[in-house]
Design a protein around this ligand. Structure first.
Ligand code: G1P
Length: 295
């Protein structure tokens, strides 16, 4: 069955970005010329997703507004002969259908996903976490949808190889590689943020999943887990006991924009990959590099 809905949890307080996030949601902080959340929604839309469910909290209204039309701005741009910008701004409001649902208490990622249950209904759906932005020829969510279609509509977790000393930042999977499909695993188990010495593998999810509605039953059964929160990882682990859960090593370059150093790196990389800003960024880097070498 085609995956038409994506759930994007955005209820977090963004404390790692304070004071910037005192008045604006973290997801609205721009990387080059677009807010972070734009890249994540773009990935979903390019994968054929038709409806985005934002799981929000108080103070996140700007995100909903961003994906709406702004007729006043559009007519201003038209009247001032800025047709190209007008088209760009109009297309953001037409990108996708947006629905929001509130997470009234911050009880963890598992709890956030459970909040979307009444909207998701009985169909498979994608989950994208907004801190991680992946640039790839084929959107990561599309790559995972293909695995979902190829393997009996199973649950699919997008994974990447990380350094062992970083396993305590991620959900880590273990499983066995499939015959004839060396990037796909049948998943035996998944553990949230294990210490490097306890991690079963170094295959980590940066927050890209295709889930089936059976996840909601699993979410209702799990106790609080790592960090005292309801963890999506624990619910997926429960499903894996009955089989039908796959992990797929996706193709793409992933940027962790959820902390300031990662965000700075993403800004430089995205500018270098932009036809509009590449030469400006190159100039800045070359100038700064020679200044730094002299000092
Ligand atoms: C969440 C998930 C974790 C995943 C990570 C990716 O953790 O619980 O399994 O690997 O996102 O960024 P968080 O970073 O929100 O604590």
């Amino acid at each position: 069955m085609k995956v038409k809905t994506a759930v994007i949890p955005i209820a977090g307080k963004g404390t790692r970005f304070l004071p910037a996030t005192k008045q604006i949601p973290k997801e609205m902080i721009p990387i080059v010329d677009k807010p972070m959340v734009h890249y994540v929604v773009e990935e979903a839309v390019e994968a054929g997703i038709e409806q985005i469910v934002f799981v929000t909290s108080t103070g996140k209204e700007q995100i909903e507004n961003y994906f709406d039309r702004n007729c006043e701005l559009e007519s201003f741009l038209l009247q001032n002969g800025k047709e190209e910008l007008y088209e760009k701004i109009k297309s953001i409001g037409q990108m996708t259908e947006v629905i929001t649902v509130r997470q009234k208490e911050q009880l963890g990622l598992g709890h956030a996903i459970a909040c979307a249950a009444p909207i998701v209904g009985h169909d498979p759906f994608a989950v994208l976490l907004g801190d991680d932005i992946v640039l790839s020829e084929k959107p990561v969510i599309k790559q995972l949808c293909e695995v979902h279609e190829n393997y009996q509509s199973g649950t699919v977790i997008g994974v990447m190889e990380v350094d062992r000393k970083e396993t305590d930042k991620y959900g880590i999977i273990s499983g066995s590689v499939l015959d004839g499909d060396p990037k796909t695993y049948t998943m035996d188990s998944m553990v949230e943020k294990p210490k490097p010495s306890e991690a079963p593998t170094c295959l980590a999810t940066p927050g890209r999943y295709i889930l089936n509605p059976d996840i909601f039953q699993a979410l209702s059964e799990i106790p609080k887990g790592a960090g005292g929160e309801y963890q999506l990882t624990d619910a997926i682990n429960l499903l894996a006991k009955d089989g039908g859960v796959y992990a797929h090593i996706f193709d793409g370059d992933r940027f962790d924009a959820g902390n300031i150093p990662g965000y700075l790196r993403a800004t430089v990389e995205f500018a270098l990959r932009s036809s509009e800003f590449r030469s400006d960024m190159e100039k800045i880097i070359v100038e700064k590099f020679s200044e730094i070498r002299k000092s």
